[in-house]
Design a protein around this ligand. Structure first.
Ligand SMILES: CC(C)(COP(=O)(O)OP(=O)(O)OC[C@H]1O[C@@H](n2cnc3c(N)ncnc32)[C@H](O)[C@@H]1OP(=O)(O)O)[C@@H](O)C(=O)NCCC(=O)NCCS
Length: 148
């Protein structure tokens, strides 16, 4: 279905507020991420993300669908993706991830993904996009990818 529709990447913008707040306050979306935020905490997080310029959006035919995060963790750039449950399972994350990984600065950075063992979809995304499973001292699965 979504394969024929145009997916484009852009930085997080003011117009994404409702999408961002919906993601961070949704219990199912946040199941493997953290406790869901209250709407006011999600709004504060949105304002901080706009200031820090550390989030991107993959938009399907202009509609925000995937939130892409990139946060510095020492030498690594820790990355993640979030979609609302209504859009899961249509390969949107697969398409958005492939696009994003080909763009600077993501393409040239040492990348880290940490996710719950039970988050099979996220672990598959990492494995399908050239990430290698790494040892982890914490309970989360850890994947890394070095620039080629
Ligand atoms: C993880 C997430 C981004 C995946 O998005 P998506 O668009 O549904 O993923 P895709 O449709 O591109 O599928 C990716 C792979 O996972 C598989 N998959 C999707 N949902 C799955 C599920 N519930 N269980 C097992 N595998 C699943 C797909 O079959 C595909 O595997 P394949 O390449 O072998 O065919 C989405 O579920 C999400 O936003 N979850 C909540 C936020 C989150 O946990 N983010 C990760 C934080 S590190």
């Amino acid at each position: 279905m979504s394969d024929q529709l145009r997916l484009t990447l852009r930085p997080l913008a003011e117009s994404d507020e409702a999408f961002y707040v919906a993601l961070y306050s949704d219990e199912l979306t946040m199941r493997f991420v953290a406790a869901p935020l209250s709407p006011s905490a999600a709004l504060a997080s949105f304002r901080a993300a706009i200031r820090r310029r550390c989030r991107h959006i993959a938009a399907l035919e202009g509609q925000p669908r995937v939130l892409l995060s990139a946060d510095r963790r020492g030498a690594w750039l820790e990355i993640g993706l979030m979609l609302l449950p209504a859009h899961w399972g249509h390969r949107l994350a697969t398409r958005a991830f492939a696009l994003w990984l080909s763009e600077p600065p993501i393409a040239s950075a040492p990348l880290l993904i940490r996710t719950a063992e039970e988050n099979v979809a996220m672990r598959k995304l990492a494995e399908r996009h050239g990430f290698a499973r790494a040892d982890s001292a914490e309970s989360l699965a850890r994947y890394v990818r070095l620039p080629v």
